[in-house]
Every structure is written in C-alpha cells, then in structure tokens.
Ligand binder design. Structure first.
Ligand SMILES: [Zn+2]
Length: 91
C-alpha cells in the first residue's frame, strides 16, 4: 500500500470516528429523507461529544486508535465535521 493511499485511509478512519462520536452525542441525527446526517440543534450535544471523545482516547477505544492519543486533533476534527453538517431540508 502506497503512502498516499495509507494517508487517505487514515483520514477516512478519522472522519468516521468524528462522525460516530457526533452521532452518539446526538449532535447529528440521520435523516432518511435527506439521506444524510443533519444537525440536531442540541446546544449541549457538542459538550457531550467532547466528553465521549476524551473518554475514548483515555480508554484507547478502537475507534480512535488512529489518533494516537491526540485529543486536540480529535476535538478539532469533531468541530470541523460538525461545522460541515447541514440542516434537515425536508420539513
Ligand atoms: Zn431531512
């Protein structure tokens, strides 16, 4: 496997981890009609997401192993993925 491919895989793992954490915190919810994750507009959800992220790093959860214990990188990616999520457009 080439270096570029490997980096892309790592990036995808990181994005997936951030998305999963946002989902568990219910910061984002799946909308069947939009066929995408949409903003849940819960003001406390990001705080929950940060807590879940910190717990996962502490326990070296398999989902966040790719971050090598880098809490800051994980938190920043959670912010960035959340910023890219749209509102639901089907109501
Ligand atoms: Zn929708």
């Amino acid at each position: 496997m080439g270096v570029a491919k490997r980096m892309l895989d790592d990036q995808k793992c990181m994005d997936d981890a951030a998305t999963e954490i946002l989902k568990r915190a219910r910061a984002i919810i799946w909308c069947e009609d939009c066929d995408a994750f949409v903003d849940n507009f819960d003001p406390d959800a990001l705080i929950r997401a940060y807590k879940i992220a910190n717990d996962m790093i502490t326990r070296n959860h398999k989902l966040v192993v790719v971050f090598n214990g880098d809490r800051k990188a994980l938190i920043e990616l959670i912010d960035s993925v959340y910023a890219d999520v749209d509102s639901c457009r089907c109501t």
